[in-house]
Design a protein around this ligand. Structure first.
Ligand SMILES: Cc1ncc(C[n+]2csc(CCOP(=O)(O)OP(=O)(O)O)c2C)c(N)n1
Length: 327
């Protein structure tokens, strides 16, 4: 039975495209890293693609995003062109931050990607600041901040949810709950069972959703975005998901029970979404065409990044410190 939904086919195909761009980029990154062609630290978002695709499809291009080192899915789904992202990951001078940010610090204000952080939980106060600016300037933008389950144990999470609720900020706190913080399962680090309860405790509108279900994720995100834009304040979304390639590439996931990993892979969200679209009578040829276009785009982006040059040494200090203004 195809899922009953009011979501238009056009939106579903948009989600499909965003998710598959992430899927294909991830595969290419892993292949190039494991073959020794590219030497970077890589935190694979494989398994979390649908979550990001459905979430970002509910936003406008100029809405703000704050994300983490495991943010490639968020960044691509938000709209950073693949070739600019690839160049930045590879440290090349034509990347989004002239190669000086690298995989952990992706910024691309043109598509609203304001900052990517490596310090767990640090994005949330920054998101509040962006949302406060939007509220004061009445620019009608919504800010989304993505983080993992372990980040909900950081003080900044608690302060940020409380403050956002008091000030009714136009911000969405999206916990991408993949059940593990580095090598530690949620139950070993977190007192409460359902993370959504933490938002409820602060009086903030809080929803728990299967982040791997494009239909549920899009609905949850769209409702929250519409409320935020209408001045109704923040939402905390706990989106359940899973990561397939450990904390960072090279981690063998030995701390994840084999049955748990197998069960997660059996419901791999991207192929599952494809099957749902086929069940809705979306032609296979349409999906194949999208896949082929994306494959060509990703191959070209990777080749472009590998061929490009590293930034010139003169770039080292530029954009890092504020320029001195002559008296
Ligand atoms: C404040 C801080 N503490 C510890 C670390 C080390 N660290 C890096 S990633 C990570 C786990 C984070 O897990 P989670 O927030 O669930 O995100 P996920 O990696 O699962 O997406 C930790 C503890 C850090 N970067 N920052």
């Amino acid at each position: 039975m195809p899922p009953q939904t009011h979501i238009a086919d056009e939106v579903l195909l948009d989600i499909y495209r965003r998710a598959n761009l992430v899927y294909q980029c991830d595969e290419k990154f892993r292949n190039l890293i494991l073959s020794g062609t590219l030497q970077i630290l890589y935190y694979s978002p494989r398994g979390q693609e649908i979550l990001a695709a459905a979430l970002m499809a509910a936003l406008q291009q100029d809405d703000y995003l704050v994300t983490t080192y495991r943010g490639m899915h968020d960044q691509l789904a938000k709209g950073i062109p693949a070739r600019d992202l690839w160049s930045e990951f590879a440290g090349k001078g034509n990347g989004t931050c002239k190669g000086k940010g690298g995989p952990m610090h992706i910024t691309h204000p043109e598509t609203g990607v304001m900052v990517t952080t490596g310090i767990v939980g640090s994005g949330m106060p920054i998101a509040n600041g962006l949302a406060l600016a939007s509220q004061l300037e009445r620019d009608n933008k919504v800010t989304v901040v993505c983080f993992g389950d372990a980040a909900t144990n950081i003080g900044a999470f608690h302060e940020s949810l409380n403050m956002a609720q008091i000030w009714k900020l136009p911000v969405l706190f999206v916990c991408q709950n993949n059940l593990y913080g580095e090598h530690t399962p949620q139950a070993m680090s977190t007192g409460c069972k359902e993370l959504v309860d933490r938002g409820i405790g602060y009086g903030i509108r809080s929803v728990q959703v299967n982040g791997n279900d494009a239909f549920a994720m899009y609905d949850a995100a769209k409702t929250a975005v519409d409320l935020a834009r209408a001045g109704e304040g923040p939402t905390f979304i706990e989106a359940k998901t899973f990561r397939f390639f450990g904390h960072l590439l090279g981690d063998d996931s030995h701390y994840i029970p084999a049955e748990e990993m197998a069960a997660a892979k059996a419901v791999d969200p991207v192929p599952a979404f494809r099957s749902q679209l086929l069940a809705r009578q979306i032609p296979e040829t349409t999906l194949d065409k999208i896949d082929a276009e994306l494959r060509a785009e990703v191959d070209a982006a990777a080749a472009h990044a590998l061929e490009s040059s590293y930034p010139d040494i003169a770039e080292l200090r530029r954009d890092v410190y504020e320029e001195e203004i002559a008296a």
